[in-house]
Ligand binder design. Structure first.
Ligand code: NDP
Length: 328
């Protein structure tokens, strides 16, 4: 089967030669192990950080190892009594068409009401990220105004919809008219600001007439800075991602003073450190997706060989919704 390994660390922007496609033999199973054929691979911004050898919340990915990544697929062989051939499972089997697991980090999936791929998005890690940041850090009250950046994406789209369900005014920031139209018309946000239109601060002021009570920050840079200047006293900021800087771009902040003068709370978080809350969050997210109350969109690349290009595209905003790779 095919897999993609980290061939070299990026110098600035990720380049195709940072990846290498390899063909490897299917290993024979030991007792307790099972073999999974991956149907979908999730491409996520955090992978960019793992490619670099810098201090972070997780160790860097080793050169020559299969690229890390979340997967969903089907058990095709099993020497583990807890898993049978045909079981649908979610795991971290990486950028590969198949994977061997001892079952410890695999979760069995019910695809009766929820499509398999959604377990990589709205009912998976990105959905859980949205749920955690919103409910645990932003803690919005009915009538408050929240802002979320990368609003059409996997995480951002869920943040705004969950906030609307809690009676908030939800304002998104996204790149381009098409994404903004989708965020308002399909996802039901109250407004969405196109940061590429060149009037970010003025457009944000217009969309937040009562100021901002809580921010879900996915991007960093100009949008984040503009939000700081609109914060109401005792506002909360869930710092989830800084994708505008993942390739090493500088991110000047001019409005840090509002953290002080508006007595704001800013908290960074890593969703995988809060596994205790996943059952609670996934229950809400699963129920909402199964009943059509939480909408999501996917960009699907075809075949493992297309993963590097799709990943580089995602870091430039070419994805529209959750970026996945269909492997079979
Ligand atoms: P998305 O589906 O939102 O895809 C990434 C999007 O980021 C792009 O589509 C693009 O949207 C936007 N973007 C990329 N570059 C820039 C830029 N320079 N300026 C502005 N926007 C940019 O990805 P996810 O929903 O998976 O992730 C969103 C964020 O959440 C990321 O920062 C990620 O690292 C973070 N995250 C954090 C987790 C945690 O535990 N803390 C867990 C999961 C995700 P547009 O075209 O609108 O600019």
């Amino acid at each position: 089967f095919k897999r993609i390994v980290l061939a070299s660390r990026p110098q600035g922007q990720v380049a195709p030669d940072n990846f290498r496609l390899e063909e490897v033999p299917v290993p024979s199973l030991k007792d307790g192990e099972l073999l999974v054929r991956n149907h979908y691979l999730s491409l996520d911004p955090y992978m960019r950080m793992r490619m670099e050898d810098v201090k972070s919340y997780a160790a860097p990915q080793a050169i020559g190892d299969t690229m890390v990544g979340g997967t969903v697929g089907e058990v095709v062989d099993s020497k583990n009594p807890k898993f049978a051939v045909g079981d649908k499972v979610q795991g971290m089997l990486g950028w590969a068409e198949m994977g061997v697991s001892d079952g410890a980090l695999l979760r069995k999936l019910d695809t009766t009401h929820i499509p398999l791929s959604a377990y990589l998005g709205a009912v998976g890690m990105p959905g859980m990220t949205a749920w955690y940041g919103l409910t645990q850090i932003m803690q919005p009250k009915e009538g408050e105004t929240i802002v979320v950046s990368a609003a059409s994406g996997a995480v951002g789209s869920a943040v705004g919809q969950l906030a609307k369900q809690r009676g908030c005014r939800a304002v998104g920031i996204a790149g381009g008219k098409e994404k903004c139209d989708y965020v308002v018309n399909e996802l039901g946000f109250d407004a969405c600001i196109d940061y590429k239109a060149g009037n970010l601060a003025a457009d944000l002021a217009q969309a937040t007439p009562n100021g901002i009570d809580a921010v879900f920050e996915n991007v960093g840079g100009e949008g984040f800075d503009a939000c700081l200047a609109r914060m109401n006293p005792f506002g909360r900021i869930a710092l989830c991602g800084l994708i505008a800087g993942y390739d090493g771009q500088p991110m000047p902040l001019n409005n840090v003073r509002y953290l002080l003068t508006m007595r704001l709370t800013l908290r960074g978080f890593i969703v995988s450190e809060h596994m205790d809350l996943w059952p609670q969050g996934l229950k809400e997210l699963g129920g909402l997706v199964a009943t059509g109350k939480l909408k999501y969109r996917e960009t699907v690349a075809g075949g493992l060989a297309a993963a590097p290009e799709a990943f580089m595209g995602m870091l430039k905003g070419r994805n529209f919704g959750k970026q996945i790779v269909k492997l079979i």
